[in-house]
Write a protein that binds this ligand. Structure first.
Ligand code: GDP
Ligand code: MG
Length: 198
């Protein structure tokens, strides 16, 4: 459990908004350990690979999008979730290749769920106050859909341990993930607490 890993991307809007430090700080200060980090400009093929790691994603995201159109009383562009998923993917390809991104791996207790909690819900307008997406950006599906673009929500974070493992393998070589000890892990995880007092 203590070595659970999750994968995070600071998307091009996070880099352009000068939020790299703020975002890493929020994740890091929980006690999670940064074990890999790099800046890259991904290409469209790579982004397609990333979002289609889960073969169900296109359908799920398409369904979600169709539902959000209908809730607003709008007609979705297609009734077929896969076709709508393709539009979302096309928008994401354009967005995610528009500039550098920061890719990273964080490790620690319940890393996947903890990071999702700190990141907040997908749509910044609806995500909770106190989360990264709730505090630092204001985009909505409504405007993103009218403008036919990806929602600007600063970060990607793995949704499950399985997704994290696949994403880490796609973005990092095994030797880019560093095994090391942090001094603070003693107070976070040590059962005996026998190394504090002299
Ligand atoms: P995440 O895990 O919270 O980032 O959300 P998903 O994995 O479900 O979706 C990935 C990305 O697809 C999001 O960051 C959005 O850019 C986009 N997306 C997801 N759901 C919707 C939606 O309902 N409408 C629109 N326009 N875009 C969406
Ligand atoms: Mg996701």
């Amino acid at each position: 459990m203590k070595t659970e890993k999750t994968f995070i991307i600071i998307k091009p809007d996070g880099v352009q908004r000068s939020l790299i430090g703020e975002i890493i700080q929020r994740l890091e200060r929980t006690g999670l350990k940064l074990v890999a980090v790099k800046m890259i400009v991904p290409d469209e093929n790579f982004i397609e690979k990333h979002y289609t790691i889960d073969p169900e994603w296109k359908g799920t995201v398409g369904e979600k999008t169709i539902k959000s159109y209908r809730e607003k009383g709008l007609k979705p562009p297609y009734d077929d979730p896969h076709k709508v998923g393709n539009i979302v993917l096309g928008n994401l390809k354009k967005f995610m290749t528009s500039g550098p991104v920061i890719a990273m791996v964080l490790q620690g207790l319940h890393a996947v769920k903890l990071v999702r909690k700190l990141v907040g819900g997908t749509e910044p307008f609806a995500s909770d106050v106190g989360t990264i997406r709730g505090d630092f950006v204001l985009d909505s599906y409504q405007l993103a859909d009218i403008d036919g673009r990806a929602i600007r929500n600063l970060v990607h974070a793995s949704g499950s341990i399985e997704e994290a493992n696949k994403e880490i393998a796609l973005w990092f070589k095994p030797e880019e993930i560093i095994n090391y000890r942090l001094i603070q892990e003693r107070i976070l995880y040590d059962v005996n607490l026998d190394e504090i007092l002299e």
